[in-house]
Design a protein around this ligand. Structure first.
Ligand SMILES: [Zn+2]
Ligand SMILES: [Zn+2]
Ligand SMILES: [Zn+2]
Length: 86
């Protein structure tokens, strides 16, 4: 069992700032799935969504870890190391 990267090991649960993707709500865009940034609570849309705001948030801020905001999903993802954790 490989050790988690430092980002996943340090990531703590964070309450989502919004109920939907922050940027998509402003522009009335559609999203597929939602992701929550564990550094600041930013909610962004996934890479299957047209605008990919979760990935754009990482490139804009370097906040490394997101978690799924979808009901029943609890995984985390580190953008830096491209590593999943359950
Ligand atoms: Zn990492
Ligand atoms: Zn979005
Ligand atoms: Zn963030």
């Amino acid at each position: 069992m490989p050790a988690l990267c430092e980002h996943l090991a340090a990531a703590q649960p964070h309450h989502p700032n919004t109920t939907g993707c922050e940027e998509c709500m402003k522009t009335h865009s559609q999203w597929v799935h939602l992701r929550t940034c564990l550094t600041c609570g930013h909610v962004g849309c996934c890479d299957q969504s047209p605008n990919r705001h979760a990935t754009k948030h990482f490139h804009a801020t370097n906040h490394p870890v997101i978690t799924s905001k979808e009901p029943g999903e609890h995984w985390r993802w580190c953008f830096v190391d491209e590593e999943f954790a359950d």
